[in-house]
Design a protein around this ligand. Structure first.
Ligand code: SF4
Length: 873
């Protein structure tokens, strides 16, 4: 495959998760884009998940930032960049380089990332650059470096095709890396899921091990003991590793409970030990923990002891969250790394990078990791902060404190595609950056494959690429020729050349020097390429030969012992909150939230609560609940579910002040971190829960944005405009006036039906015979056909507004299959009426589940629910 694409299409890469799927983009010439999976990309072979499939719906420009903004007023690039350069220079001169910081993102392309890192570490002279990848996979980086000597991901996606057993640890692969999950399912490998929560990834799994939160080390120490007892240590591979005896001694001394029965443990051990081709995939459930680094090493220990690493169909495999988390690691985007997997604390490495960059002295000690960085912003040590393509006011733990810290910082620059984020609203300077499909560069996915992102749409207004913005600030700060780039290809070549020093002189793993001489045309046409690519050739297997990157060439097993989560439940905070993601949203929804299809899956922030907990709390399904931690408070919709364990509620983390101000789940998360990786413990926060004593609940739909003023609201896009859930502790006296204020309507005619005694009201506004907006109010959670109502704005006004569709209109229900827009009611009706007994049968009847496959686990669970219902009848 090369970079050329079918006529009219351009090859690029999906901007969401670390799977790094290839896409074919066909611009329509009017700003729109058709998107399909690239059949030739090795990551996805044409498949896309629901998020990738809906990419074309997210390229609208309505929310975009078109020009720089300085202190609230539009400015020219010249003014804005000079201001940024002057303020950073001034802070460095007055307070030293460590009074400045960059907080960047796995959304950045490698070329952007490289320039940001070079500017901060090489020229401003501080190591205070960290990335939101710190929240994602910093523990894996530590685990890899401790075991292998470098941050090397040994696995490849082809291993998943060849594996006979795939163990998912702390990974809801079905929702967070859907195309990989479908790839695993298609391979026919047995699946074991290790997760306190029963997730969509348990669909079709041979075993679900619902462990205690934080018991991953105990589980893999138990496996290591079993490996030794079964005589399954690979004696031949033992020459390539060291530390087995100490690791085993630690495992034998680790008596922590796993939460599993002896039988469950035995079955898992037998399966793992008895299957040579085993891939252990791990993700945020492992990494986001105060013992995340040790969890990673506990997993690596088992693979190293058995020699199941670096060979086809086997190995430990960290899957990354963001599209370019791996690229960020390559360029040294973390505060404790140097470019090209070189070490900041190694004087020889620093000297080599300094010489290559022709820079001043590089910082000798690591900079501030994310949580500490925002503490330093809060207490005034950081006085100039540049945040690029990320939303820490929402996504950092203790998010309220982070928001306040940014608000109080002397000088804050935000580069983003939109000014409408919680973080961008706090900026002194806003810089409009180009978005996906408008910019050129590379990303690296979870299996080390470098792919091109290509521009197919014009940048709106004055938006510029990030590398260009950063380089211009570097020049204006006086660093001249070091930032004299004219194209991303130049930056790529420089990065590749530096990697040749890292690989050639220091024997590092990351070496793409074979690409250092790419012409501009060859860079444009670059096809997906897995590193390493050295000047002497290409090899994409690490460790098969038993050679690792520690000075003696051996891998190290590390003795690790279970440490429970940082805080234990108390009478005041008796619940342990787990956080995560939903299938159809990405991070803080700045892009996916624009797609009505994606918003139709789960349209409101929620809390999954075990029925036992709900009974104890006197909470019923669809109640709103107040969730409080020592750090913050949220209001979430309760969903009763036995997929979570008693005492372990779960909430997704996507909602923001823009979409649901009381749904900011990271405001609840404690800012406690792994002592080595600095990664926060995002999955084990202590909270209390109580029912929200709301006096009223509402559901509203409108063609235009709404202006809510109440204690709870959550908004989502629809094909007709917007839908909103609302609630308040005190009911307004005048619903008509409240509705007009909500919709910003003063003159349109209202159809209003209210029953003050029952606390209900229905108010609809119409114009020219068409519904403009409608509000439904009740004293209990509103039971109406939401998906039908959500489609009403803009349509001919019905004779009366009952909240139910007319007899001849079917309410399809919430969208379950986002690709074909098939609602849950349609599917349940077909299952029950037509006796559909398999996911394939649903696909044949309704198309649901036949494209990306992301909804297949939910289809399977609907079939199972229907079968249980039948059996009970
Ligand atoms: Fe994008 Fe989905 Fe592929 Fe991830 S799995 S890269 S979100 S299409």
């Amino acid at each position: 495959m090369d970079g050329s694409a079918p006529v009219g299409e351009v090859r690029s890469t999906c901007p969401y998760c670390g799977v790094g799927c290839g896409v074919l983009l066909r611009p329509d010439g009017a700003g729109g884009l058709a998107v399909r999976g690239d059949p030739e990309h090795p990551a996805n072979h044409g498949r896309l998940c629901s998020k990738g499939t809906a990419l074309g719906e997210t390229v609208g420009l309505g929310h975009r930032l078109h020009a720089p903004v300085v202190d609230g007023a539009e400015a020219s690039w010249d003014e804005a960049l000079q201001h940024v350069a002057d303020r950073f220079s001034q802070v460095v001169a007055e307070h030293g380089p460590d009074a400045t910081a960059f907080y960047v993102s796995g959304q950045l392309l490698t070329e952007d990332y490289y320039v940001a890192n070079k500017l901060m570490k090489g020229f401003i002279g501080s190591a205070n650059i960290d990335t939101n990848s710190r929240l994602c996979m910093a523990s894996t980086v530590v685990g890899h470096k401790r075991a292998f000597g470098t941050d090397t991901v040994p696995g490849t996606y082809e291993d998943l095709d060849q594996a006979e057993l795939v163990v998912l640890v702390g990974s809801n692969l079905a929702w967070c890396h859907p195309v990989l999950f479908q790839r695993v399912r298609a391979s026919g490998a047995k699946i074991v899921v290790i997760d306190p929560r029963r997730t969509a990834s348990c669909d079709g799994a041979a075993l679900h091990l619902a462990i205690e939160p934080g018991a991953d080390v105990a589980v893999f120490n138990g496996l290591l003991r079993a490996i030794a007892e079964a005589g399954a240590v690979d004696a031949g591979y033992a020459a390539h590793v060291e530390g087995l005896d100490d690791a085993l001694a630690a495992a034998r001394a680790d008596t922590a409970k796993t939460g599993l029965s002896p039988e469950e443990e035995r079955v898992f051990h037998d399966l793992w030990i008895g299957t040579e081709k085993v891939v252990t995939i791990f993700s945020q459930g492992v990494n986001q923990s105060t013992s995340g680094s040790d969890k990673v090493n506990a997993i690596l220990n088992c693979h190293l002891a058995t020699g199941r690493i670096g060979k086809p169909g086997m190995g430990p495999f960290s899957v990354t969250g963001q599209p370019n988390a791996m690229g960020g690691r390559e360029v040294g985007g973390l505060a404790n790394m140097l470019a090209c997997h070189l070490d900041l604390e190694n004087a020889d490495h620093r000297a080599a990078v300094r010489g290559f960059w022709n820079a001043g002295p590089l910082p000798e000690a690591p900079g501030l990791k994310a949580v500490d960085m925002f503490r330093a912003v809060g207490d005034g040590r950081i006085k100039a902060l540049w945040i690029i393509h990320t939303n820490p006011a929402v996504s950092m733990p203790d998010a309220d404190a982070v928001r306040d810290a940014i608000k109080g910082c002397e000088f804050v620059v935000v580069s983003d595609v939109t000014g409408a984020t919680d973080t961008a609203r706090l900026a002194d300077v806003l810089l409009p950056a180009t978005a996906w499909a408008e910019k050129e560069g590379t990303v690296t996915n979870s299996d080390r494959t470098i792919s091109r992102q290509r521009a197919v749409l014009p940048a709106p207004g004055h938006a510029r690429p990030d590398w260009d913005i950063l380089a211009e600030v570097g020049r204006r700060m006086g660093f001249g020729t070091a930032f004299d780039y004219e194209t991303p290809a130049e930056i790529f070549r420089e990065h590749a050349a530096l990697s040749g020093i890292a690989g050639g002189r220091f024997g590092r793993d990351f070496d793409i020097s074979g690409l250092a001489d790419l012409s501009d045309a060859a860079y444009d046409a670059l096809s997906p390429t897995r590193w390493p690519v050295t000047s002497s050739g290409k090899g994409d297997r690490f460790f098969a030969d038993g050679r690792f990157f520690h000075p003696n060439g051996k891998a190290r097993l590390l003795p690790v012992t279970t440490r429970p989560p940082a805080a234990m439940p108390t009478p005041e905070f008796p619940y342990r909150l787990n956080t995560g993601r939903v299938r159809d949203q990405w991070h803080t929804m700045t892009r996916t939230g624009l797609s009505p299809r994606l918003s139709g899956h789960l349209a409101e922030p929620y809390l999954d609560l075990h029925p036992q907990d709900a009974a104890a709390l006197q909470v019923t399904h669809a109640d709103l609940v107040e969730v409080t931690s020592p750090y913050g408070r949220a209001i979430l919709r309760a969903r009763l579910s036995d997929a979570v364990q008693p005492g372990q509620p779960f909430a997704p983390m996507h909602w923001t002040a823009e979409t649901a101000p009381t749904g900011r789940v990271d405001a609840l998360v404690a800012p406690v971190t792994d002592p080595v990786s600095g990664q926060p413990e995002s999955k084990a926060s202590l909270v209390s829960i109580k029912r929200m004593e709301a006096a009223w609940y509402g559901f509203a739909v409108a063609t235009e944005k709404m202006n809510p003023d109440c204690d709870y609201w959550a908004v989502a896009s629809t094909s007709a405009g917007f839908r909103m859930e609302l609630a308040g502790y005190k009911a307004p006296e005048d619903w008509d006036a409240t509705a007009r204020a909500l919709f910003g309507i003063s003159d349109a005619a209202a159809i209003s039906v209210s029953d003050p005694a029952r606390g209900t009201a229905r108010i609809a506004f119409e114009q020219d015979g068409h519904i403009k907006a409608a509000l439904f109010v009740g004293s209990t959670p509103i039971a109406i056909m939401r998906d039908y109502i959500a489609g009403l704005p803009g349509t001919a006004a019905p004779a009366n507004l009952t909240g139910r569709p007319p007899a001849d209109v079917v309410d399809a229900g919430a969208i379950l299959c986002a690709c074909f827009g098939v609602g849950i009611n349609t599917i349940v009706t077909a299952i029950e009426a037509d006796g559909l007994m398999s996911v394939e049968a649903i696909g044949e009847a309704l198309q649901a589940g036949t494209n990306c496959g992301s909804c297949r686990p939910e289809l399977a669970s609907l079939i199972m629910r229907s079968q249980h219902k039948e059996a009970a009848e």
